[in-house]
Design a protein around this ligand. Sequence first.
Ligand code: FES
Ligand SMILES: [Fe+2]
Length: 374
Amino acid sequence: MRTLKQIREITLEHMKNETVELGEKVTSIALADYRDSTLFQRELEVIRKRPLPFVASDKIKKTGDVFAGELAGVPIVAVRNEQDIRVFINTCRHRGALLASEGTKKDCQKLVCPFHGWSYSLEGELLEVPSSHQCFSKHTTSAFRLQELKSYEKAGMIWVVLSPHSQENIFEESFHQLHKDSDEIGLNPQHAMPEMSFLAPFNWKVGVEAFLEVYHFAHAHAPYLSQLQFPNLSLADSYNENCRIVVPLKQPAGEIPVLGWAQVMYFIFPSSFLLFYDDHVALISLVPQTTGETKFRYTPIVPREADLKNEKIQQRVEFLKIILGQDIAILEGVQKGLDANRNGKFVFTRLEQILEKFHQDLHSNASAKSHPTS
Ligand code: FES
Ligand SMILES: [Fe+2]
């Protein structure tokens, strides 16, 4: 893994020589991999073992704040108790009713099930069972703790792992490089602006691929990004399945902070991106719904509360929405082609080698038999 300082030096060389980083070989992937529902289920299992952004930390800022929502089909409730944040599956241990209704609630002291009134503490303990002595011959509340999920607060978001079978240190591993670079980057995203979220009609991997490469910038995002970026120049460094991608911008060189000359993006495997600009961070998350539908989420996150109303940042958010709109229109077309072209392949050129790695990492977890071929 190269340091940001090394990346900076290599970037200057590339600029001087008008070169870019290239992969060794051209690879391809069968289109069937984007439609295969068995493989899709295995991919979901991989996704459930990795961090997914659930809710902005600000939404549960005070003790007693509760937020309930859904993530990859799983109902979840996040609560802030006296000590920390806890995240639980939002279903009652009695007969499965949703404990908290969707959205935010304030000043909660406990979670009370709307069905038969079982109540739980903000630590997930079962507190009371109406007519408990008639329900049970002896007191058995400890057997009915809420199912807790691993959670982690980072970049102004509460991240959650849905599966109980995830790697022990998965959060540390996923965010390790972001943590390491944070002093140099000097921007600490803490406060999320409202999320833009919608159901996009394309496979989630098609979306992830578009955010991993910059080859499309000069064409799909002309004239906007082509004025800002050096065509095809990005410097990707993987750390395990995750990746940091530095995209140098056309800015004056010199002893200025990293974000004065580049955009830095962290790919949190397998479907989230944190794009660092000089004044805010864009969180993009792609949550698979079906083989042809993806929940697309975009959340701008700013360092200070006062920045939530900063006009310059808001303009940049609007600008990014235009860029995202360009991507989404193209990706919808890609999906139509995928559906029509049953036996074809996608090609990953030497400019897109990172896509090959993404698929290899995904498939080594999801399936032993299916991976990109030379
Ligand atoms: S389902 Fe919750 S109390 Fe019965
Ligand atoms: Fe794009």
